[in-house]
Every structure is written in structure tokens, then in C-alpha cells.
Ligand binder design. Structure first.
Ligand code: MN
Length: 406
């Protein structure tokens, strides 16, 4: 008895990719289209491999309003799988919960969408009964555990649980439909198809408890190759193959700047790193981390504003590698010098005294502005920490350059 299925989650179709406005040429288009491209890669793979079924464990859509375009693309993908006879089981998550207001599209009959309560879908694969248990988020915040509503395994069937949520006590993520590993194992299922956490991870090997991760990285913290799992369970023994699907990879490249005196030397070193990244990862968005900055290279960098350096490398990269974008550039300098006095020092002291709320209230005009939001994205603790670091760095540079802050 062998069954084969595909497990994907967190497609986030139609994610707006805020904050990528400055990228030149083709790459900004690639970024905007990336969730759709990744989805087509998933569908093409499934149509070719013809597994027994496909599981999508939540967050198909990025927004609860489910844009028309995203829904149409999804419907087309489902039609393709309908034509080749692949059933699809869908549970909606916190991003595409059932209470959002969206225009309805009809999906073909091969698609089963789980309702707001845990329910069981059954199918027969070459004489083997398969039971798939799952639910869709009735509203955005499902903070109560739902695991108690999943039935115990019935010994005759292959049993699969679909669950969009996070492990109890995981402080780093909003705790949605929290569960423990033991609770999942206690159900006696053959496979747990999880969603919600965008980082790929296998929480347990046998039976597998799996987050496939997001199908496409959505911002620079979702780095590395993204995709889905092709799963085979043969005589009760599972084997998992990870299949890349993302249109581009978010990543980092480090550029050693020691001994550099001229801009063209710097450019060569950057391009070497970009080329290496391209060879290892394919299309991508890169953060360049400049390290080993000595007096000579510092003197060179200080002769042009940072924005100009960034523009320079972006253009050079897009000429040689049209599918690579330089997202950000960071100068890794030594610790702040102890230059006393002056207005910069006063400002540095002042902002040093602000706590998280202090920063939030001071940034709220900009971040709350409807037009600016397109460029700034969301104001969370992580972005505040970055703004604070950047502000301190600009002020410190200003101190070093005798008051000229870029
Ligand atoms: Mn998600």
C-alpha cells in the first residue's frame, strides 16, 4: 500500500511586497509576481507528478479580501488539477479566514474546502481508505486550541491532520490554534500537514509533523529556498522530498572591503559575491553586507552618499544579472567612536532615552500615512529596532565626519 501526496502551505497569493519600490527594471516585476509564479510552479509540478491528492494548509491568500486576481489564478490552478484528476484539500488560515468579505468564485469539484469546525474528508486511493481531518479559520484570531476537536485515528485508514497554527509557548509567533507535539502524536495519525510558520521544519520524523514553510519568501527575513513537500507513505513508512518552487530567493552576501581604494575594485568584489549567490540560489534579492572596512575604504565610501552607492551597485547588478536585485546594503563599521559634544551627541542621547512606545508615537505620523504606507510597510518592533540602529549610525557617522550626516 503506497500513497503519494503533496503538502504545501502559506502561498500568500497577492502579497503586495511593500518596500521594494526602488528596485530597477525587471526584478521589481519578478518580485511583485513571485507568489503567483511560485503557485504556478506548484501546479505544474502536481499536474506532472499526478499525486493521489494535494494538501494546502492555510493562507492561500495574503489578504482576507482575497483579490480577484489571486482568486482567479487559484481557480485556474484548481481547474488544471481537476483536468488531470488530482483532488485538493484546502484549509484557510488567519490570513484568508472565512469572515473576510470577498467576491466568491466557484471552484471545481476536485477541491474540498474545510469548514469552520474540524471535519473529516474521506477518499479511497487504490483500495486504501484515507481520512483527512481539518478546519478553516472562521475568523482572523483563533487563539484557543482546536486540537481537542480532532478525532482519534481509526486503525484501518491512512489518517492525515491538517492544522494551521503554532506550538504552544512559541513566543516568536502569534499563538494561533496552539498545540503541543505530544497532542498531535496522541491522535495516532500518519502525517500532520501544518501551516502558519513560514520557516520550513520537520518537527517529528515518524510520523512526520511538518511545516513546509511559505511557498515563496515574502520578505528578507524569509530567506533561503522555498517550496513544498512531495510525500510518499509506503507500507506505513514515510519519505519526504522537498521541491523548490519560489520565483526568487531572499538572501545575504558579504563583501570584504579591506584594502579597497577605488570604486571599481569595490564593484568587482560585489559582483563576485553576487555571481556566487546567483549560481547557488538562482534569481534573488540580496542584502549586501560590507565588512572589513578600513581607513582607506572608509575614506572612499565617505566621498559619496550611501544612497548613491546603493544605486550604483543596483544598476551594475541589473545589467549583468537581470534577475538579481540588491535590496539593501549595510556598512559594518566598528563600534561608535567616543567623540563628545555637539548637537549630534545631544540627539543621540535623546533618542537613546526613547523606549518602544516612544519610538512608536514619534513614527506614527509617517507610518500611519496612507500614501507613505506603500513604501514603509508595517511598523513592528523589528522595524523599530532597525530604524533606531540606522538613526544611531547616521548620527555617529555625522559625528565622525564633523557634522555632515548623509
Ligand atoms: Mn502565513
Amino acid at each position: 500500500m503506497t500513497i503519494r501526496f503533496i503538502h504545501a502551505a502559506d502561498l500568500h497569493l497577492g502579497s503586495p511586497f511593500k518596500g521594494f519600490a526602488g528596485l530597477p527594471g525587471k526584478i521589481s516585476e519578478t518580485v511583485r509576481e513571485s507568489t503567483f509564479t511560485a503557485f504556478r510552479n506548484l501546479i505544474d509540478y502536481a499536474a506532472g507528478a499526478r499525486p493521489d491528492f494535494l494538501l494546502i494548509a492555510g493562507d492561500i491568500y495574503d489578504g482576507e479580501d482575497r483579490s480577484l486576481r489571486a482568486q482567479e489564478q487559484f481557480r485556474q490552478g484548481m481547474e488544471t488539477l481537476s483536468e488531470v484528476g488530482v483532488p485538493v484539500f484546502v484549509s484557510h488560515g488567519n490570513h484568508d479566514h472565512l469572515s473576510g468579505s470577498w467576491v466568491r468564485f466557484s471552484l471545481p469539484e476536485n477541491v474540498h474546502v474545510f469548514g469552520p469546525e474540524v471535519e473529516t474528508a474521506e477518499l479511497t486511493v487504490r483500495g486504501t481508505n484515507v481520512r483527512i481531518h481539518g478546519f478553516s479559520y472562521p475568523e482572523r484570531h483563533v487563539t484557543e486550541p482546536v486540537i481537542g476537536h480532532y478525532p482519534q485515528a481509526d486503525s484501518d485508514a491512512v489518517e492525515i491532520g491538517m492544522l494551521h497554527g503554532s506550538i504552544r509557548g512559541d513566543e516568536a509567533h502569534d499563538v494561533y490554534a496552539p498545540f503541543t507535539k505530544d497532542e498531535l502524536l496522541g491522535k495516532g495519525y500518519d502525517y500532520w500537514a501544518l501551516g502558519h510558520i513560514h520557516k520550513r521544519q520537520v518537527l517529528h520524523k515518524q510520523p512526520p509533523i511538518v511545516y513546509p514553510g511559505s511557498l515563496q519568501g515574502l520578505h528578507r527575513k524569509e530567506s533561503g529556498v522555498k517550496g513544498f513537500y512531495d510525500v510518499t507513505i509506503r507500507q506505513g513508512t514515510p519519505s519526504l522530498e522537498f521541491i523548490p518552487a519560489g520565483a526568487l530567493v531572499f538572501g545575504e552576501a558579504e563583501v570584504d572591503c579591506s584594502g579597497i581604494r577605488h570604486a571599481d575594485e569595490w564593484l568587482d568584489r560585489c559582483m563576485d559575491q553576487i555571481r556566487a549567490f546567483r549560481e547557488a540560489n538562482g534569481p534573488g534579492l540580496i542584502d549586501l553586507l560590507l565588512f572589513g572596512i578600513d581607513e582607506q575604504s572608509e575614506a572612499m565610501f565617505s566621498d559619496a552618499p550611501e544612497s548613491e552607492w546603493l544605486e550604483f551597485i543596483r544598476e551594475a547588478a541589473s545589467n549583468d544579472f537581470p534577475d538579481i536585485g540588491v535590496h539593501r546594503m549595510t556598512w559594518e563599521r566598528e563600534a561608535a567612536p567616543s567623540v563628545p559634544g555637539g548637537l549630534m551627541r545631544d540627539v543621540l542621547d535623546e533618542i537613546g532615552s526613547w523606549d518602544m512606545d516612544g519610538w512608536k508615537s514619534r513614527l506614527s505620523d509617517l507610518y500611519g500615512h496612507r500614501q507613505a504606507y506603500k513604501f514603509t510597510g508595517r511598523l513592528d518592533e523589528e522595524s523599530i529596532r532597525e530604524i533606531r540602529k540606522e538613526a544611531e549610525r547616521l548620527l555617529t557617522d555625522g559625528l565622525m565626519k564633523g557634522g555632515r550626516a548623509e
